[in-house]
Design a binder for this molecule. Structure first.
Ligand code: NAP
Length: 348
């Protein structure tokens, strides 16, 4: 195969359709063996499907694990990767390295036999599935048999040995969000986290620690159970019960809770479409609205903010931040309540 060095590095040599696109944007990638000399071959054990994608498949299949399995097998067979055609998102995987190509010069420090987790999206990772063994409907994880291929530009880490595989995957999947919370939150701020699932919990906990006794954490969710849990764990100061798909309701509730000041930083970690304007409207003028939710529409956020004359800094939640896995795992390690939460909820 005659390919340029940069083509090999970013995986464009595996793009089937449309030619010239990057693997993430591609409709179809080539998942065939053998690997190219600059690639890594992984025997896949588990997919951690991103929450927006899993929620969409759960709904589409009527909450039936067999239906989710069928959707995953169909997507991977058609596209050569787990790139949800509706949400456009993926997730990540864990498995055991079978082979490192002799010309591989990427950043993954692993040899054959190492168990790793990929930190690049399944939406761009060539994947071939032999079998789906079990769909875990309660934690967005799917046990599988198959192989995946990593490019030189791909990021992956060895699985930590002080977490269960399932808990580590759950944390690593959303590692970008708590790492970003460390950057955005400053003492004295009022910070809002919309959606208090796993990334939301981590962001609340980071915000609470950074703020100390200066500033407040507002948790916004449509269910009181998760807000009660965050309050009990001490990560949320002010619970706000509101549906993020109803931006006016969120705005009014946050307006009341902040005596009209609104929030300095709003982080949206929900997993459903139609929540953009809740993020924008809950932020004060010149505040920051961060969207980690994969079901976020750039158009809805940008035109919606313009439409209400709101000047906020809008950030897209990049899944990769420098050192994000170390930051997130170390943060969880430093808090026994978080460690227990992830092991209880996700560990087998
Ligand atoms: P999660 O654990 O499923 O949490 C989502 C939370 O949002 C849940 O607490 C959920 O509550 C809440 N929620 C859903 N709809 C809501 C609504 N209408 N109003 C208020 N709250 C609502 O998800 P996660 O794993 O933390 O992931 C969060 C998002 O990040 C997902 O969209 C995921 O795809 C995305 N993600 C992004 C990246 C990236 O690189 N940017 C990487 C990984 C994941 P219920 O329990 O009531 O449903």
């Amino acid at each position: 195969m005659a390919v340029s060095q940069s083509g090999v590095r970013f995986g464009t040599h595996r793009v089937v359709d449309p030619p010239g696109s990057l693997p993430q944007a591609a409709r179809v990638v080539d998942n065939s063996l053998p690997i190219h000399p600059t690639e890594i071959l992984v025997d896949v054990e588990m997919l951690n499907v991103d929450s927006a994608s899993f929620a969409q498949m759960r709904e589409a299949s009527g909450h039936d694990p067999a239906g989710v399995e069928a959707l995953i097998l169909e997507t991977v067979a058609q596209r050569g990767k787990q790139h949800n055609p509706v949400t456009g998102s993926g997730g990540m995987l864990t498995g055991v390295v079978r082979e490192v190509g002799p010309e591989y010069r990427g950043c993954v420090d692993a040899v054959a036999g190492d168990r790793i987790a990929t930190l690049v999206s399944l939406s761009l990772t060539p994947l071939k599935l032999e079998k789906v063994k079990k769909v875990h409907m309660d934690r967005d994880q799917v046990e599988v048999e198959g192989h995946a291929i990593l490019f030189e530009s791909g990021v992956a880490v060895k699985m930590p040995d002080d977490f269960s595989r399932e808990a580590a995957l759950a944390i690593l999947d959303v590692a970008g969000a708590p790492a970003q919370a460390f950057r955005l939150v400053k003492p004295g701020m009022d910070v809002g986290i919309i959606g208090t699932g796993k990334s939301g919990l981590l962001c609340c906990a980071v915000a609470r620690r950074v703020l100390g006794d200066k500033g407040r954490v507002f948790g916004v969710d449509r269910q009181s159970e998760s807000l009660d849990l965050m309050m009990d764990m001490g990560y949320v100061d002010v619970p706000v019960l509101a549906d993020a798909t109803d931006p006016v309701a969120v705005y009014e509730a946050v307006h009341r809770a902040t005596d009209g000041n609104l929030l300095d930083v709003v982080m949206n970690t929900t997993n459903v479409p139609g929540t953009e304007m809740s993020t924008v409207m809950a932020a004060r003028d010149l505040g920051t609205a961060y969207s980690f939710n994969m079901a976020t529409s750039f158009t809805a956020a940008a035109l919606g903010a313009e439409g209400i004359g709101k000047d906020v800094t809008m950030l897209i939640g990049n899944g990769y931040l420098k050192d994000h896995t170390r930051i997130s795992l170390d943060f969880v390690r430093s808090d026994s309540r978080l460690m227990a939460y992830f092991e209880d909820k996700y560990g087998d």
